[in-house]
Design a protein around this ligand. Structure first.
Ligand code: ATP
Ligand code: MG
Length: 134
């Protein structure tokens, strides 16, 4: 069964959105098979967002993602990667349609509530980075 890595970012955790967000995945039919509330190191954050290291906002992105607890999850089910991305919506919450998580809960392109793997390959890498071998 396909697995995706999904992570509620520190703004989502601070705002008490864990239950609301987990419900959306469950209602969709994606199963939560692993989850952990934790703080991540700067090193993990830099590895996770390594593809963005040349962007002007990289430093702020690492500060943000390490600013509090995240809720890291593995969700499993049919086309878990594309289905979780469609629940999450576009990167910029201002452009994300209502009904998507970012569309309903976000305003800011940087602090956009949640992360979801963008490919099967990256899902496997991210699961390994956050949970080790599962
Ligand atoms: P994520 O990887 O977190 O699921 P994404 O795949 O939709 O988001 P990416 O291009 O991978 O988007 O960007 C990773 C994260 O970097 C975004 O979710 C957001 O937090 C931050 N980010 C992206 N673009 C900007 C920007 N222009 N200014 C500030 N932060 C940004
Ligand atoms: Mg991404």
């Amino acid at each position: 069964k396909e697995k995706a890595f999904v992570m509620i970012k520190p703004d989502g955790v601070r705002r008490g959105l864990i239950g609301e967000i987990v419900s959306r995945f469950e209602h969709k039919g994606l199963k939560l098979v692993r989850a952990e509330l934790k703080e991540i190191s700067r090193e993990t954050a830099q590895t996770h967002y390594g593809h963005l290291k040349d962007k002007p906002f990289f430093g702020e992105l690492v500060d943000y993602i390490t600013s509090g607890m995240v809720f890291a999850m593995i969700v499993e089910g049919q086309s878990a990667v594309t289905n979780s991305r469609s629940l999450i919506g576009p990167t910029n919450p201002a452009e994300a349609p209502p009904g998507t998580i970012r569309g309903d809960y976000g305003l800011d392109v940087a602090e956009n509530v949640i992360h979801g793997s963008d490919s099967l390959d990256n899902a496997a890498k991210e699961i390994r980075l956050f949970f080790g071998r599962v």
